[in-house]
Each structure stands twice: as structure tokens, then as C-alpha cells.
Design a binder for this molecule. Sequence first.
Ligand SMILES: C[S@@+](CC[C@H](N)C(=O)[O-])C[C@H]1O[C@@H](n2cnc3c(N)ncnc32)[C@H](O)[C@@H]1O
Length: 243
Amino acid sequence: MHNSHFFQDSFDEGTHTKLTLLEKYVRAWIPTFIHTNRIKEIQMFDPFCGPGTTEKGDKGSPLIVLREAVRYARKYSSSARPPIRLFFSDSKLKELEQLQTNPEIENAKKYIDVRITHMNFRDLFEKSRHSRKDPSIAAFFFIDQFGVKELSCDIFFDLVNSPRTDWLAFMSSSTARRFLKEECFKSIPQANFGALKDCHRELTEAYRQLANNPEYFILPFSIKKGTNIYGLIFGYRSPTRCG
Ligand SMILES: C[S@@+](CC[C@H](N)C(=O)[O-])C[C@H]1O[C@@H](n2cnc3c(N)ncnc32)[C@H](O)[C@@H]1O
């Protein structure tokens, strides 16, 4: 997954796997808020959204999240469900301009609220603090970074201590295994790495130990590509402890 070519070619098999998991996750996650009157709003954040499609026409995360949100919004009348707000952002203006002009975005606005902002992840995360801290807002973050550094310990602690925020983070775990001792990787937990094949599970375990909370679930899904191992980490709170 070379960053500069990421949206030029078709997505590779590993990226398709990642996006399929996102789609299935979101499809199951949104309806869990249909029968609860404790949730006043559903907010979904895709802070590394990219342009929406590759040059070959593969759909990326913003259009996947959008399609699932619209499917849900059309199925239930607005009086029977909480309103949905989607937040798309990226540090590259060019990617956002492409997303903004996608006809699916305009069409979706008939059913849901869509906001597209040019913002660095950390700024967006800071700005959305109130959404994570309000227990009447169900929030979801898709942290689809290049590399591993954005799921730093401080961001992770904030997510874990947010009452109704679930998240899914992409990690280049074999890169973390190779470079963990480097200064720029010090912001993520120092995993106890062994064999390459286990590196994503071991990195996930390091986050789990950092959370140190048996009622908070942190689960790995490893994706192998050539000699590299990537993966997703799922983070969510036990529903019985949400209050
Ligand atoms: C792996 S791509 C995301 C792909 C997208 N989720 C999709 O499925 O099509 C990572 C994106 O994050 C953006 N990015 C990289 N660092 C960032 C940062 N610190 N804050 C916000 N966006 C960033 C890049 O411009 C790129 O569009």
C-alpha cells in the first residue's frame, strides 16, 4: 500500500477486505440505535476519508458509510429513528474536492446530514470531543490511517473513556514491529513482538493491556499482504455498561 498511488490503481485485495469489514460493521452497528430512546443522534466520523473512489472507480470508505446510512435512513421514517450526521475530513484538499462533487453525496443529503471539512485528524478529533462525551450521541470513528501513529496512546485513552463511541482502526502492524523503538513510534503502546505472523494480534494485545478494562472490547483482524501484515482493531464498550 504505497501512499502516493493509493487512489490511482484499483484497491488491492487487502484494502477490499478492510472495506468489506467496514461495510458489514456499519450495517450491523447503525440499527442497534433504532429501538433505544436514549440516543438522540448518530454521528459517524471518517477523518481519513480520501476522495471517495479510486481512479478505477472502486468505492472507498466515505461512500460505503454513506450508502449504509442512507439505506437505514430510508428504511425508518425520521420520527422512528435518531437523525444521522456524517463527518468526512482529510488533510488533502484535492481528495475532498473530488468527494464533494460525487453525486452520491448530494443525493444522500435528502436523508441525512453530511459535512465535509478540510482538517487534520487531531484537529477534527479535538473539535468532536463533545460528541464523544455526550452519552446521548452514538458515535463511530473509522481511523483509516497510513501507518500506525495516529492511534496514539492519548487518542486511544480518549476513545476508551468515551461512553458511546465505537471505533475501527487500520494499523500497519508489521511496520510497527520493525520500527517500534524509533522515536516517532513512541506514541503507540510498546508491544511485545514475537513472530511476524502474530504482530497484529500482539499490537492489539498491547492496546488491550493499556485499556486495562475487562468491560471494554478490543479485537484484532489481521490482513496479510506479501511480506507485510496489516490489520483492523475494533474497539467497543460492553453494551450492558452503557447506562
Ligand atoms: C488510507 S487513505 C484513506 C482511504 C479511505 N478511507 C478510503 O477507504 O478510500 C488515508 C487518507 O488519510 C489522509 N491523511 C493522512 N494523514 C492525515 C492526517 N493526519 N489527518 C487527516 N487526513 C490524513 C490522506 O490524505 C489519505 O486520503
